[in-house]
Design a protein around this ligand. Structure first.
Ligand code: FAD
Length: 416
């Protein structure tokens, strides 16, 4: 892999940008691999990257039914933070944030991480007490988190309606300064390029249609590009996790719902942090292109459509204008949906399964982008060593039998 640097930029500029090396290959699938990763989203690509980097397992294929990053990775609102309530969640999300902090250097690819802070607003006394409790718990885990007064919020976000007569007055907020956003495509592309450079085959337009077993063990997969054999298979397909698990006769406690997002026309820089309100149901940031990026709530019923819908726009925009009256004349430009996989405790699954050699990474619901490198790092360990790392042990499938749930409902502005 040729290194990206200021020198390569100058060299290629002189050559009219004709000689850039392809970022990753498009190989035909081989007959067999040591590990197959199903799903070419950020989590699947991170898994393959860390399998190669940390464990030297390079005979790996990532099988993607569409194009890499075309699932939730390319559809999310890109908010990154690690301010989770429970110790188990704090540990894994903080690991992910720390990996994010070094990821551009590690991958030699600018993922445009912008640690501009993530603010969670409190609109009533209950909200405020809840935020105090969370901030205390988060700080006990050594993670940065602080409470802001209304005045401090006003200084950070002058365009927010903090008037005491507002329908949703702002009584304060919590802030994680190390939180922020990153460019979602760049995360997928950077991981793909670095994994490919270590020998991983990234195979797009290759849908897995069946999981082959030999007795109690996995033997390979059937795909739209033929049968591919492997003794170890990782399922990392977000909203389609339960469908892939069903191919191996595993029933998961996962519900899949569309989650919608929308962006405005680009405007000049006006919002330099991320603002979330669980009560009003808004989370908004401004992209480097100038668009406001807005997330909605999950649709009211299960589904697999990756489309937007009008009532969601109305609801989101009315909530946005309630908090930011200044945006009332802004035009919305695009809207879409992604399929999120939600577990009963709103926490993920990174686990071995009853089928030998079959591993599952899913259930990230509405909040897995922030976990991408940490999730891949833990999953690579689990696959390579055939046992969970201590960071993902609490997120094994057994918790749905033992009842040791990690209840993170309320960890996000999106209830699920
Ligand atoms: C609108 C929206 C906003 C969000 N906002 C945030 C946010 O702000 N912050 C945050 O942390 N998280 C957010 N999320 C959640 C986050 O996007 C996901 O948790 C995360 O991106 C999941 O990554 P992944 O790699 O597991 O899944 P994906 O990126 O969806 O990758 C899975 C891949 O598997 C492929 N696949 C499926 N079936 C098959 C098959 N049979 N064979 C081969 N390939 C298959 C799919 O095509 C897909 O590319 C949001 C999600 C949505 C939809």
């Amino acid at each position: 892999m040729k290194k990206y640097s200021i020198f390569s930029l100058v060299r290629n500029a002189i050559g009219y940008h004709q000689d850039w090396q392809q970022a990753w290959r498009s190989p035909d699938p081989k007959y067999s691999y040591d590990v197959i990763v199903i799903g070419g989203g950020g989590h699947g690509l991170a898994t393959a990257y860390y399998l190669a980097k940390e464990y030297g397992i390079t005979n790996v294929a990532v099988l993607e039914k569409g194009w890499i990053g075309g699932g939730n990775t390319g559809r999310n609102t890109t908010i990154i933070r690690s301010n989770y309530l429970w110790d188990e969640s704090a540990a894994i999300y903080e690991k992910a944030l720390q990996l994010y902090e070094g990821l551009s250097q590690d991958l030699n690819f600018n993922i445009m991480l912008s640690q501009r802070g993530v603010i969670n607003l409190a609109h009533n006394l209950h909200d405020l007490r809840e935020l105090h409790r969370r901030v205390n718990a988060i700080r006990l885990n050594g993670i940065d988190s602080e409470i802001l007064s209304t005045e401090q919020v006003k200084v950070m976000v002058p365009i927010l309606n903090t008037h005491p007569d507002a329908r949703y007055p702002v009584l304060g907020a919590s802030l994680q300064r190390r939180g922020g956003v990153a460019r979602h495509d760049a995360v997928a592309w950077g991981l793909a390029r670095a994994a490919d450079a270590r020998g991983v085959d990234i195979i797009q337009n290759c849908e897995v249609t069946a999981i082959l077993r030999d007795g109690g063990k996995v033997a390979g997969v059937e795909t739209t590009r033929g049968v591919i054999k492997a003794p170890k298979i990782g399922i990392v397909v977000a909203g389609h996790t339960s469908m892939l698990a069903a191919m191996a006769d595993i029933r998961l406690p996962i519900n899949s719902y569309p989650l919608q997002a929308l962006v405005s026309e680009p405007i000049k820089p006006i919002l330099d942090t991320v603002v979330m309100s669980a009560a009003v149901h808004v989370y908004v940031s401004q992209s480097d292109k100038g668009e406001l990026v807005l997330g909605a709530g999950i649709d009211g019923c299960n589904g697999y459509t990756q489309r937007g819908s009008l009532h969601i726009i109305e609801h989101q925009i009315s909530s946005l204008c309630e908090l930011f009256p200044i945006f009332s004349r802004l035009r919305m430009m695009r809207q879409w949906g992604g399929i999120v996989d939600t577990c009963p405790d709103a926490s993920p699954i990174i686990s071995k399964t009853p089928v030998e050699g079959l591993y599952i990474n899913g259930g990230w619901g509405t909040g897995g982008f922030k976990a991408t490198p940490g999730s891949g790092w833990c999953f690579a360990y689990t696959i390579a060593r055939d046992q969970p790392h201590e960071l993902n042990a609490p997120f094994a499938l057994e918790r749905f039998v033992s009842g040791a749930l990690v209840d993170e409902h309320g960890a996000a502005a999106v209830a699920h």
